[in-house]
Structures are given as structure tokens and as C-alpha cells.
Design a protein around this ligand. Structure first.
Ligand code: G3H
Length: 490
């Protein structure tokens, strides 16, 4: 068990003796009363007071852009970040272990999450070196020389999601730091403890006040921080409702920059010309990796009615071969779902679909025991069902048969989301005819492949309620900075 009694503020690891919250793993252990979520640790429930201390520290460190960090050369900031990566890597095994216990991610995926994050930081450092090289002097008009820089924005409130508590949190936190901003960092509710071993690395790598932690119930502390009007950037990955509420709490919303990655309902479209085996293996990965708890997961499948039976049969067979088990067991690809309320919510979605005429077409589909849910393929889904529009964020796959391609296009047009789509077809003319309609409705079209964020150098964004701003290696550096000029009259 890990009991965190410290928080990082103004360069100090401060002792905490206030209220704490208990962390229960989605991994179940046998007890006298049956299987139960295991207590794995505790951490502080911070109050507005510590949140304000953190804000004060970040404001002082930024000092209206005059602080040590925002004025430090890019080369020196990079040295600090390289020190951080070194120290972070020393905690690799512990952090991977905590990812498995805290959110139930498999060993393979938890390891990938850690290593991908280190690679992401290294690639971001390289991209920053490019930006630095481009900041050379050049003449913009007769008699005037200008230097174009990338300058920081100020104080960032950074909040990541539970499904990639390390990796996605760091896709905003790292570029925000590198560009010279100072930060308030609130780790996700499920995925707080795994950041504890990294706090010392932050403390020892950056000047005081650059990174300050905020704990506590989000609803109690974050709106208060926004209300001060002193947050310059909201970096948030999670639900659009929370993001909108936070933005609205800011008294000068037009001065706030928001970098957001939010809700999605990514569709896969299987035309009658698709390679069904390929479509099934990609859709299975796309819909069920980490139990479907990914913003980029395939969350609804449109299949042409002529191939629907065959597709459903193959999908059911593929799911039957999946290996459920504990996160650290080799070869496991179905693990417990993270959020305690999720199994009941998914069961409710399935019941609602049944009440409106669908069935679960695969054996054991939807069977659940405490935190474990066996994947369900629900067919045929229609617009009356919750599963038609709601983002289930779990291992339930709604499938809709279609006759005309206009049906999935209309679905996408009417959708409040616009992240990604996957199109499966072996007909190049058909593929070509579908790219334009979809690429102007979502932010990434995947041909004969699942939806996903990587490779991380690609821009990552979305339309409508799915995102604001663009993340990735170079795009994120731009998102957390502004182009500024120093001009000299010759
Ligand atoms: O949950 C949202 C993540 O951005 C998904 O990333 O596609 O690499 O799993 P991924």
C-alpha cells in the first residue's frame, strides 16, 4: 500500500496531515464476504487553501513572464527536462506497477504507457530544438529586422484523464512546462498515486514553483481556481461537460486559452467490399483495447446489411478467443474496468437496447462480476437506444446494419462529436469517394485500420464537442505558446 502524505508546492514537498481519501483497485481480491476491490493506498484531499497556495506559487514563479523559468533559454529548459526524464526513468517499475493496480491496465499496456511517455518527451525536446533553430533573425521588410520567438502564456491548470493517467496527462503537462509556463497539476482521481513517485523528480529538475500539485475533489477546488481569473490556460482531457463548466467559471473567458481533448463516438464503417477478417481484427482492437476505455476507441460500427451476418459471426468468434485475467498475467487482453459505476452503467445500456429490439449476439456478452465485464456485441442498434449516441467508454460494441452509405454519413453529420472514423473497403474508388465527406466531419479518417492517436508526432484533435486545440509533439508546443516578435529598425 502507498500512503501519500505530501504534496509539491513552491519547490517543497510539504507534509500533509489533513483529510485523506482511500484508493481501491479495480482488481478484486477474495475476502470473507466474497470478491472485493483491494485498498491500495491513500492520498490527500486538498482544500481551496492548498489550491490557492499552489496558484500563488505558480504566479510567483511566472512573475508576469519575468520569472526564472519563462526567461530561461530554451537550451537550459531542455537540460532541466532531460534531468527530469532521467529521474522519471528511475521510477519506471514502480509507476508501471501502480498503473496496473490503480486503473487495471494490463502489464503490456502499462509498460507501453510508460515507455511511450518517455519517447513522447524525447520527441518533444527534439521538436523544441527545431523551434529554437527557427527563431533566428531575418529581415521582414526594408530596414526592419525581426526575430520571431515562441513565448509562454502564463499559468496552466493541467488535468489528465484516468485512462492514460501518465501518458495523456504528460501530453499537455510536458509541452506546457517546456514552453516556459508554470503549472498547477491535478492528477486524475483514478491515477493519482502513480504520480507520487515522480513528484521528487519534478522538485529536483525544475526551479521552485514551476510545477505545483493540486489534490482534492475536482468539483471543490478547480472551479475556485478558475474563478480567480488567474489561470491563463486550461489543459484538460476528459468530459466536455466538465470542460465547459470549468471554462464558464473563468471570469474572463475570452482571455483563457483552452487545450482540450474530450468526448468521442468514433464510428467504423464496414462496406460490402471490405476484407471482413481485417475489419474484424481492427474493430476488435479498436473497440476493446483497454476494455474500450479510450477516447479513440471505436464506439459504434456501421456494417453493410449484405455482410452484417458474416461480420457479426466473425466478431463474436474473435471475442470468444480473448483472454480475461489480472493485469499482470502474460497474454491477458481483458482486464477489470476502472470506474466502480461502469459495470452497472453498461448493463443498463444493454437492457435499454434489448427493450428497443436489439440482442446481445455473442456468448457471455455483457456478463459481469463486480469490476469485470465480458465484451458484448449489441445488434441491431437504432436511434432510440442509449448506445446510439452515448459514449459508453467500455466493452460494449453497438452494431448498426446499413443499406446506403448516406446512413453513416448522416449519423456523423448529426453527431455532437467529431474525433475519428474508420472505413473498411477493398475498393479504391469507394474509399476515395468516402474520404472527403468524412475528413470534413472528423479530424482523422483511418482507412482499413482502427481509430487511434498514434504515432504521437501526428496532430491529435477533434471537431465539435471532441476537442479544442491540437495536441501531438510539435502541435502541443504551439498550443502552449504564442508567436512573438522582436523587431529592430535598422
Ligand atoms: O483516450 C484517448 C487517448 O488519446 C487514446 O490514445 O489511441 O493511443 O489509445 P490511443
Amino acid at each position: 500500500e502507498l500512503h501519500q502524505r505530501e504534496y509539491l508546492c513552491n519547490g517543497e514537498m510539504k507534509k500533509w496531515d489533513g483529510p485523506i481519501t482511500e484508493v481501491y483497485s479495480p482488481v478484486l481480491i477474495p475476502t470473507a464476504e466474497g470478491l472485493k476491490r483491494k485498498l491500495i493506498g491513500t492520498y490527500p484531499i486538498g482544500t481551496e487553501q492548498e489550491a490557492n497556495e499552489a496558484l500563488e506559487a505558480a504566479l510567483q514563479a511566472y512573475d508576469h513572464g519575468r520569472g526564472e523559468w519563462p526567461t530561461m533559454s530554451i537550451a537550459d529548459r531542455i537540460k532541466c527536462m532531460e534531468r527530469f526524464v532521467y529521474k522519471m526513468s528511475e521510477q519506471r517499475d514502480l509507476v508501471i506497477n501502480l498503473i496496473m493496480w490503480e486503473i487495471g491496465k494490463s502489464l503490456a499496456d502499462s509498460t507501453k504507457e510508460f515507455d511511450r511517455t518517455v519517447e513522447y518527451i524525447t520527441a518533444t525536446i527534439d521538436a523544441l530544438k527545431d523551434i529554437d533553430r527557427q527563431s533566428s533573425r531575418f529581415e521582414i521588410a526594408e530596414g526592419v529586422v525581426a526575430q520571431i520567438r515562441r513565448s509562454p502564456l502564463g499559468v496552466v491548470l493541467c488535468m489528465g484523464p484516468f485512462n492514460y493517467p501518465l501518458n495523456e496527462t504528460f501530453t499537455t503537462l510536458i509541452p506546457a512546462i517546456l514552453m516556459g509556463n508554470t503549472l498547477l497539476f491535478k492528477p486524475p482521481k483514478h491515477g493519482t498515486l502513480l504520480h507520487y513517485p515522480l513528484l521528487k523528480a519534478f522538485q529536483e529538475s525544475f526551479p521552485k514553483g514551476v510545477v505545483n500539485t493540486v489534490y482534492g475533489r475536482g468539483a471543490n477546488v478547480t472551479p475556485g481556481l478558475m474563478k480567480t481569473g488567474k489561470i491563463d490556460v486550461l489543459a484538460f482531457i476528459g468530459s466536455s461537460k466538465v470542460a465547459n463548466d470549468l471554462k464558464k467559471s473563468h471570469p474572463k473567458i475570452n482571455r483563457l486559452r483552452a487545450v482540450l481533448s474530450l468526448d468521442a463516438k468514433n464510428a467504423a464503417i464496414i462496406t460490402k467490399n471490405a476484407d471482413l477478417k481485417l475489419a474484424v481484427s481492427e474493430c476488435m482492437l479498436g473497440a476493446l483495447s483497454f476494455n474500450g476505455q479510450r477516447c479513440t476507441a471505436i464506439k459504434i460500427i456501421f456494417v453493410h446489411k449484405d455482410v452484417a451476418d458474416e461480420f457479426n459471426k466473425l466478431l463474436g468468434e474473435a471475442i470468444a478467443k480473448m483472454t480475461p485475467g489480472l493485469p499482470w498475467t502474460k497474454g491477458v487482453n481483458l482486464t477489470p474496468v476502472t470506474e466502480p459505476g461502469k459495470p452497472a452503467y453498461l448493463a443498463e445500456c444493454i437492457e435499454d437496447a434489448k427493450a428497443h429490439g436489439a440482442t446481445v449476439i455473442n456468448e457471455n456478452g455483457g456478463a459481469n462480476a463486480e469490476s469485470f465485464v465480458f465484451p458484448a456485441v449489441v445488434y441491431p442498434v437504432n436511434e432510440k437506444m442509449k448506445l446510439y449516441r452515448e459514449e459508453q467508454f467500455g466493452p460494449v460494441i453497438p452494431v448498426i446494419p446499413f443499406e446506403s452509405i448516406e446512413e453513416p454519413i448522416t449519423y456523423q453529420i448529426d453527431s455532437p462529436h467529431g474525433m475519428q472514423v474508420s472505413i473498411f473497403s477493398n475498393d479504391p474508388h469507394e474509399i476515395a469517394s468516402l474520404i472527403d465527406p468524412f475528413v470534413n466531419l472528423v479530424s482523422r479518417v483511418n482507412i482499413n485500420a482502427q481509430c487511434q492517436r498514434g504515432p504521437d508526432v501526428f496532430p491529435f484533435t477533434g471537431r465539435k464537442d471532441s476537442a479544442e486545440g491540437t495536441l501531438s509533439v510539435a502541435d502541443a508546443l504551439r498550443a502552449f505558446s504564442i508567436r512573438s516578435l522582436v523587431t529592430t529598425k535598422m
